[in-house]
Design a protein around this ligand. Structure first.
Ligand code: HEC
Ligand code: HEC
Length: 589
């Protein structure tokens, strides 16, 4: 007994001094970086949306977010690629959307159709005609967390890896009419044999659907309307055959119209839309309002960092040292309790309170060649939409790719920000990713190429840590000279031990710092293992708000529902949340 008490006392005493010591360091770090420790304010919904979403509006959004009814083949929902157990990203390198084949466990989503009353007869094959989509998404899924802070209404900048859109209200409709995501490239089923619910003015289109969010340009003439929403479009139905006799593959706007027409057929949705928006008819505008208000409640603002800024003693000693490194410019040192620590200059790009999301830089990260965007611009016509040929023809696509310099065979790096800005200075730059909850959004970089390859652990968390460590090492190595490049390598795995590097991105384009330093002298930066671990601790745990994927910022439920209003099985994930091991089929060859 005596012994126990003694142990207790000693333990308590040590704990106490530790706390005191930590408090001391905590205070001194807080003092040192006072001017840079920016707090994250609660989103001002009224200012952003002109209203504060109600509980029933957010519940409607929650249902729609997980409902496969929005995809043309009823197989994929937003939640397929934005999962709460992956920080609202998806754990894949490049996802596969509707009609998808592949995926982390090789699952063929096309086989998993439900037989709800709206689903097409699948007896002929995956899509009724034996077509199976295999399009990879063009980039790694981004998290929906904190998009609310980048949702300046009407602004044309800030969202996506290339920042090409700003309006979240419009953005939430894009996946529905993007072929790789929810629209698909499969034609309509043959009406002769099977009753076609998508026929012109057929049963699904009881009345025409008027879309207010029309696409930005006429795909045939290339005439640019200048703005999204510019031209309302009326879709009466989808003809089984086009005027030239070919079988219909629904266009982007038709896919959106089909989704609306399907929603109108579900009495439960009709009732709920009426309740929320007091409308007799569901429109794309209401759909956008419900989806966007829901994703705008995915907020991370209560991490240990935030508590620390508010004066709490919430960061561990390692995290405090990591913060000091993160907040100190490259080439400078900072002394914490007599310990001299190297600055790593992260703050120059990943600045608080968002730790990224508002600027662009080129780190020369290799693109995944399976992405439709990893192609020389001359072949870009193979996919439609935003990166479509008319823009190329009209000279709007900036010349980032130069034969023999940035093109190798059929591979050329994703041009990144230049897609959105059409400015050649932006070639190969990507949005600096916001780092809040980054530990949950494995894998990393614009095509998800940082996957902790070589790591043998099955734990997603351990893999995420390993991958993040590689990401940090990649940054600290700095730009590499094109001289070391063996061009024949381009199809090899994108890893040289720790780093993927795109040696097709010229050295002078690679921008690893914004500090006024001599890059050649600073990089590769040598820091000790314990310094690296401190930085990793801060990035992975110091910025982690665990509640962000559990509770919406307006007190709303943001979990994935067991059942959705359409009656379809909600598509939450294609592998039951076990996206731990990426089999070789899901990796770059
Ligand atoms: C097949 C996978 C897939 C589906 C389905 C999907 N997304 Fe995404 N989402 C992505 C990818 C990939 C990106 C990044 C695209 C880019 O940067 O070019 C993204 C980006 C986003 C973003 C922007 C985040 C940011 O920080 O800029 C939001 C918001 C979003 N998706 C919401 C949705 C909603 C709402 C739906 C359903 C209507 C949806 N997504 C369906 C894959 C998907
Ligand atoms: C010059 C600007 C710049 C600096 C300085 C910088 N980063 Fe980055 N960081 C980026 C860009 C750009 C990307 C995305 C690159 C891509 O996807 O191609 C990125 C990606 C990341 C990622 C991956 C996140 C994800 O979701 O994929 C992490 C983690 C990260 N940076 C942490 C850091 C840390 C820690 C430091 C300091 C050592 C740092 N960064 C310094 C620009 C910068």
């Amino acid at each position: 007994m005596k012994k126990l008490i003694l142990i207790f006392l000693v333990f308590n005493f040590v704990g106490c001094t530790n706390n005191k010591y930590q408090e001391k360091i905590s205070n001194s770090v807080r003092q040192k970086f006072q001017s840079k420790l920016k707090p994250l304010n609660k989103p001002n919904y009224y200012k952003i949306m002109g209203r504060i979403p109600t509980g029933s509006e957010l519940e409607l959004g929650r249902q729609l977010f997980s409902d496969t009814i929005l995809s043309r083949n009823n197989d994929v929902s937003c939640a397929t690629c934005h999962l709460s157990n992956h920080g609202f990203a998806d754990g894949n390198t490049l996802n596969v959307g509707t009609m998808g084949k592949g995926g982390p466990n090789g699952d063929n989503v096309g086989h998993n159709f439900d037989t709800g009353k709206l689903s097409v007869d699948r007896s002929l094959g995956d899509d009724g005609m034996g077509f199976v989509g295999q399009h990879h998404m063009f980039r790694n899924s981004l998290s929906t967390i904190n998009v609310v802070y980048r949702a300046a209404q009407g602004d044309d900048e800030g969202l996506f890896h290339d920042g090409r859109f700003g309006s979240i209200q419009f953005q939430v409709l894009l996946p529905i009419h993007t072929s790789e995501e929810m629209c698909g490239t499969n034609p309509l089923p043959i009406p002769a044999k099977h009753k076609n619910p998508f026929m012109e003015m057929g049963p699904i289109f009881k009345s025409p659907v008027k879309l207010t969010h029309a696409h930005s340009f006429n795909a045939v003439t290339g005439a640019d309307t200048g703005k999204f929403n510019a031209q309302p479009i009326v879709v009466k139905g989808v003809p089984a055959r086009r005027p030239n006799g070919s079988i219909s593959v629904p266009t982007r706007n038709e896919c959106l119209a089909i989704a609306i027409a399907k929603l109108r057929l579900i009495p439960k949705y009709q009732k709920m839309f009426k309740e929320v928006y007091n409308t007799s008819e569901i429109t794309d505008k209401h759909l956008s309002m419900a989806l966007s208000s829901f994703v705008m409640t995915h907020v991370s603002d209560n991490s240990p960092y935030d508590k620390f800024v508010r004066g709490e003693n919430s960061l561990s000693l390692k995290q405090l040292r990591g913060l000091a490194m993160f907040f100190t410019p490259l080439g400078q040192k900072v002394t914490i309790d007599k310990e001299v620590i190297s600055g790593t200059g992260c703050i120059g790009c990943h600045g608080p309170p968002h730790f990224g999301g508002n600027s662009y830089a080129s780190l020369g990260v290799r693109s995944d060649h399976r992405s439709p965007l990893s192609r020389p611009v001359s072949t870009v016509s193979s996919r439609g939409g935003f990166f479509n040929r008319p823009r190329v023809q009209r000279g709007l696509v900036p010349t980032c790719h130069i034969k023999d310099v940035t093109v190798s065979g059929n591979y050329a790096p994703d041009i990144g920000r230049a897609n959105g800005s059409f400015n050649e200075d932006d070639c190969f730059k990507f949005r600096v990713p916001p780092l809040r909850n980054v530990i949950e959004t494995y894998p990393y970089f614009h095509h998800g190429t940082e996957t902790a390859v070589g790591s043998t652990t099955k734990s997603l968390h351990q893999r995420s840590l390993q991958a993040l460590k590689n990401v940090l090492l990649y940054h600290l190595r700095g730009p590499i000279s094109i001289k070391n490049y063996a061009r024949s390598n381009y199809l090899k795995p994108f890893f040289d031990e720790f780093y993927q590097t795109d040696l097709l991105i010229p050295y002078y384009k690679q921008q690893f710092t914004r500090d006024a330093v001599d890059v050649k002298k600073v990089f590769p930066m040598k820091i000790s293992d314990s310094e690296l671990n401190d930085l990793l601790e801060f990035v992975s745990y110091g910025l982690w708000d665990k509640q962000a994927v559990r509770n919406g910022s307006l007190g709303n439920d943001i979990s994935h529902p067991e059942k959705v209003l359409s009656g379809f099985r909600p598509s939450i994930t294609r592998d039951n949340g076990n996206q731990l091991e990426l089999p070789s089929s899901a990796r770059a060859p």
